[in-house]
Design a protein around this ligand. Sequence first.
Ligand SMILES: Cc1cc2nc3c(=O)[nH]c(=O)nc-3n(C[C@H](O)[C@H](O)[C@H](O)COP(=O)(O)OP(=O)(O)OC[C@H]3O[C@@H](n4cnc5c(N)ncnc54)[C@H](O)[C@@H]3O)c2cc1C
Length: 380
Amino acid sequence: MPNLSYWEKESFFKNIDVAIIGSGIVGLSAAIHLKEYSPKLKVIVLERGSLPIGASTRNAGFACFGSLTELLDDLETQSEDEIFALVEKRWKGLERLRKRVGDQNLKYKPWGGFELFRNEDAESFEKCASQIDFFNKKIQTITGQKEVYKIADEKINQFGFQKIQHLIHNQAEGQIHTGEMMYALLQIARKKGIKIFNGIFVKKINDQGKDVKIETAEGWNLSVKKVLVATNGFAKTLIKSNKVIPARNQVIITKPIKNLPIQGCFHYDKGYVYFRNIDGRILLGGGRNLAKEEETTAEFGTTETIQKALKDLLKNVILPHHNFEIESIWSGILGVGNTKQPIVELMSENVVVSVRLGGMGVAIGSLVGEEGASLLKTIL
Ligand SMILES: Cc1cc2nc3c(=O)[nH]c(=O)nc-3n(C[C@H](O)[C@H](O)[C@H](O)COP(=O)(O)OP(=O)(O)OC[C@H]3O[C@@H](n4cnc5c(N)ncnc54)[C@H](O)[C@@H]3O)c2cc1C
């Protein structure tokens, strides 16, 4: 790659107040928030992909805040206050996203979510069932909705599932169209005068006190006042910390299926597997617990082990009465850690990080971006 010309430096990269690294939901939400706070700020976004290719354009589009098994699991390691504060953040993050982008643009569908329990999950189901009242009371204080979780076994036959003993319905979950969400966020950001540069891989950031030097893979050296790192599952390149662990998730989507009876978001195997309907198809993903070591990677790709498990699940449990064909497969990279709390902190005098979104980043992404931007505002 050639050096930057005088013209390129002058017109594209001069007097930058904030450079945000990563154009996923977090990076874009942070950029938009900063421009709303002060339209005069010169904000740029540096994205290594030709599209924002991480998790935000590759996820399942569940607008969710926690299934019962996940919340009960979390309560084993974190306090009640911490867990419900996180649930509230997810709920508020979704509200913010819906307000900013609009339900029509998001193609939001309030179809609810369901958790599936197999024979071997009997103990887990009994535990969840016995705690429904407790969770409903807690969730009501956050969402304002009564009896959010309900046992819905009567739906098993309607959906046509096999080998499933119980279903628990969550009426406050919804679906979004992931692609439309990101397309809309990019449009909003551009309309506000935020410049988004694609194809720029940031190799290094060096906080020099009076400014921050950014070194790109092209060998360009940019100088900006402040930096916000929003690279989630890929954070290790820039933040040299083991607090964010990459976790690959593989996804498959079928071709349209005639008279598909399935509608909603579905959580299976403690949330490790998820599926939904979209445009008459089934989108199914997850299963990284089946090959945890292999899937602890920031490399995109698919593997025989996970693909086979997902296809078997489609055939034997989800669509036992339908012929279906797989249309395409892909993967995305999550950023996880030893807790589900995101990291929003000052990494050095002029650098903020907003990372580790976990499995519900669509929900908390808007707020985590804004929290990062708010922290930046304190040092502007
Ligand atoms: C398969 C899958 C399914 C999911 N399903 C759901 C769901 O249904 N509901 C839900 O709430 N959440 C879901 N998630 C999680 C959610 O998608 C993520 O938590 C969220 O999108 C994270 O957003 P982000 O902006 O932090 O990261 P990302 O979207 O990963 O954005 C980071 C960006 O940084 C860029 N980047 C990385 N390194 C550099 C660098 N050095 N220089 C420049 N750019 C760089 C990347 O290219 C990327 O575009 C899912 C995730 C996956 C992978």
